[in-house]
Design a protein around this ligand. Sequence first.
Ligand code: TZP
Ligand code: MG
Length: 433
Amino acid sequence: MRKNVDLSLYLVTDRDLSLGRSLEEVVSEAVAGGVTVVQLREKDASTGEFVELARRMMDMLNPLGVPLIINDRVDVALAVDADGVHIGQSDMKYEDARRLLGPDKIIGLSVESFEDIEAANALDVDYVGISPVYGTPTKTDTAEPFGLEGLRKAVAMSEHPTVAIGGMNAKTIGEVIAAGADGVAVVSAICSAEDVKEATTELKSIVDANAKKSWSSEVWKKSLSIYNDILELDFLKELADGSLSDEAFGRYIAQDEIYLKNYYHQMKMLADLMEDEQDKELFLAFAQSGMEGEKAMHDMLIEKYGIETEVQPSKVTTDYNTHICEGISTGNPCIALAAVLPCMWIYNRVGLHILEHSKLEGNPYKEWILEYGNEEFTIGVNQVLEMLDNWASKADEQTLKAMDYYYLKAALYEYAFWDYGYNADTKSYDYID
Ligand code: TZP
Ligand code: MG
């Protein structure tokens, strides 16, 4: 799984523009300067040369954790097990590339118009390249440049992460990132720099300085390894392919029933901490519709599987509940919401992940997946995130630290909660402490 890729400073190689230096030299200096992704773009190499070069790049980049994307050539990417491909509007169709590469590889697509962006929204591409933002001598056969205003609109329209390409250099990238692009793709400003490492370091510092840092995007990065471990849990893998046993599912639902009984009460206590009436209303409406949806889904599945719900709370359930209550009893709405956030946010992202990667047809747990991966729930979770980011932007250091603590610990409880469904009391869950 290599999906949560940092697109912020994306190098696209060009041997002709590399001032006679080897590609290895340019790429290794660029990575030392802070490039986060490398795309190998070879327009004139033979297939044999391309594969050899790609293999050498993989040998260099893979140990450094920097993804290698191959321009155009799915066959070359497959031959060297690269991290992904980047395709343009007239290259192989996205669906064919995805079928050949499988669900876990990164696929980026160039979009050259607003129509292209709309069409890309219907595909599960991993990012789109907004091409070109400015005219550039590096590639002259491009579509009409988007310009900064066009980029702003493109970013707002796109449901996928966006990378701006064309004329990206130390003068332009600050406002491009500030306009909302997730990253900039650079050719000449890196490949043709006298000192590649120094030029890259400068670009990276401009990107970082202009990136909007929200509390949620930062904490998500901090919890990424927990999230990735959650996706690897047997419980969720088997739920996604429908092979999970009734017994494990029933055990999980019975505990979730206990959790849910406390949930709405806790949401109301949390809402009482909110000062702004509009925030309070939005949150209560979201909590209520979430709870009703979950309750209906639970009732239906409890009946369908004859699940026994008169059970004792597990230690994980009790401790998780205590953790949330502690967060609420700080009296600080930022901290309280950070503690309950994983049970919405992680559920939603897990639901979306399963929806994207698995077939629902014939899956006995379809209702569960649809409950958390549906659009209404996604919009609600995003509104809550926006609200919390807004509060967090005014919070003091101590509060921010506590928010991280309560969020990350609750994220671990989410892991343990599913783990318990699968393994019950055969395991120890003290990895949380
Ligand atoms: N696709 C659209 S513009 C471009 C590509 C490959 C070249 C960008 O080069 P530079 O030198 O970063 O402007
Ligand atoms: Mg192409």
